[in-house]
Design a protein around this ligand. Structure first.
Ligand SMILES: [Zn+2]
Ligand SMILES: [Zn+2]
Length: 480
């Protein structure tokens, strides 16, 4: 098999030249008053996604951040939102404010929250200016799904998965205590140039030879030398930025939360603590350099799948021998994105597994993991296996009758995945917004191949996805 050469991005030494854009311009700590009536009790109206004064019902126009590049094809060097700068370890998380109404001292622990009520006069105080502990992102995407709507989504998801659900879970399941959580993400825009070269195969003919048990299918194919070169912009590649959610093989079903991406991040607004009222949030605890390897891998995946859109003729696949992605410009910002979350702790002897059902509070996309009653699933799978075996004995004139011998095993895995969704993930390679332009193509016929026995090109790698999780070494550095 050909060596797959991955030339590295050229952005490693651009770090010194990165430009910081201040995204909390004009943000004010302390009391944020309604311009209409002066009340400080303000929260998001999930129906409109706008902030609303809970006293006079006045709604606010959302503010957008200024100064970041909006035309990605013009991006050069590295641009970083001020809320995305490295976390400084010994930053004070506890901030104390003097209430401007009554003079009392109000403490806000930014580790858990960015607002607090003055215990004397009941006014709300909030932290909107960025502090270098990762608690204040550049932007926030407001909740746009009410708790009731989220409960319906979760109940319908679990309702379709009751038969094999663990009896204890069935008994304890209730959506009363679901939580609205803002999870931290890193959003990256990339302006790049991609170059691929290798070989591809196009099927010309398929036919069978021999008879009876020796009957086989053969293929004729044309082998081409293939090259693709194009400009590529990637708009809003999104990765998790809390080390807990980046751990994909832990005691939590984090893949569930990952799989409800993408979000309509283009509707994100400038951070304001009032968007968080009534919800919880999780603080970012990773920096750009720790996420860089994952972002690099994912952008290469996006480039590879962008190239695939120009390769429809190569139905037997393409083997890239050389893949290059030159990054001309990159822009990073941090965001809080809204998720409704149901969680259930399943005890398994010493160990336990935290199952989630998560709802994207913008798009309603729902995914979950439901604990399985294994004895029941085993039992029914054995029955299916028996029926399959009888079918195997009775049905004679079917080429693939051996499949009946695996009926129970296949049934088991289909049901297991339907309940646990342990393979669910965000398909960044196809679900991220991108644009390709200035395409240059080379398709040169090299050889007519005849009588091939494999239906796909051997060594085809144009559908490879590599950026699925952080490397072990980076994960370990996050744990410590
Ligand atoms: Zn008001
Ligand atoms: Zn007060």
């Amino acid at each position: 098999m050909a060596v797959n050469q991955l030339l590295n991005n050229i952005d490693d030494d651009k770090k010194q030249s990165s430009k910081i854009v201040k995204t909390d311009e004009g943000a004010k700590d302390g009391q944020n008053k309604c311009p209409q009536c002066g009340a400080t009790d303000i929260s998001v109206n999930a129906r409109t996604g706008r902030l609303r004064c809970n006293f006079c019902r006045h709604e606010f126009d959302p503010e957008k951040i200024k100064g970041m590049e909006t035309d990605i094809s013009q991006l050069e060097g590295e641009i970083i939102g001020s809320g995305t700068q490295d976390i400084i370890e010994d930053t004070q998380n506890i901030l104390t404010f003097k209430c401007s109404s009554c003079g009392a001292e109000v403490v806000i622990d930014t580790q858990n929250s960015t607002t607090a009520r003055c215990h004397w006069c009941r006014n709300t105080l909030s932290v909107n200016q960025q502090i270098p502990n990762g608690a204040i992102p550049d932007v926030v995407l407001p909740f746009h799904l009410t708790k009731e709507e989220a409960r319906e989504q979760i109940e319908s998801f679990v309702g379709k998965r009751k038969f094999f659900a663990h009896p204890k879970f069935r008994e304890e399941f209730t959506t009363e205590n679901i939580m609205g959580v803002y999870f931290p993400y890193m959003i990256v825009d990339i302006n790049s140039h991609a170059r691929f070269s290798g070989q591809g195969e196009h099927e010309v003919r398929r036919y069978t030879r021999g008879s009876g048990d020796n009957r086989r299918t053969y293929y004729d194919a044309d082998l081409y030398e293939v090259e693709r070169e194009f400009d590529l912009t990637i708009d809003g590649l999104t990765v998790e930025s809390s080390s807990d959610k980046l751990q994909k093989n832990s005691s939590k079903t984090n893949n569930i939360i990952n799989s409800i991406m993408p979000f309509d991040i283009e509707n994100s607004v400038k951070y304001n603590a009032n968007y968080l009222n009534g919800y919880t949030s999780e603080k970012r605890d990773t920096n750009i350099d720790q996420l860089r390897p994952l972002v690099d891998e994912q952008s290469k995946d996006i480039a590879r799948f962008a190239a695939n859109e120009t390769l429809k003729e190569y139905d037997r696949g393409v083997n890239w021998q050389r893949e290059e992605l030159d990054v001309k410009g990159k822009q990073w910002k941090t965001a809080y994105l809204p998720v409704w979350l149901y969680s259930y702790q399943q005890k398994k002897g010493e160990n336990s597994l935290l199952h989630y059902v998560a709802v994207n509070a913008r798009t309603k996309e729902t995914m979950g993991s439901v604990p399985i009653h294994m004895p029941k699933l085993f039992g029914i799978s054995v029955l299916v296996e028996l029926v399959g075996f009888i079918a195997y004995l009775l049905i004679r004139d079917f080429d693939y009758r051996f499949i009946f011998l695996f009926a129970g095993i296949i049934y088991f895995f289909i049901m297991y995945l339907r309940y646990r969704n342990s393979n669910a993930r965000h398909h960044h390679e196809t679900e991220t917004k991108k644009n390709i332009s200035n395409i240059r193509k080379v398709d040169k016929l090299i050889q007519h191949k005849r009588g091939l026995s494999n239906s796909k090109m051997s060594g085809a790698n144009n559908n490879k996805v590599s950026g699925q999780s952080l490397s072990e070494s980076v994960l370990n550095s996050l744990k410590s």
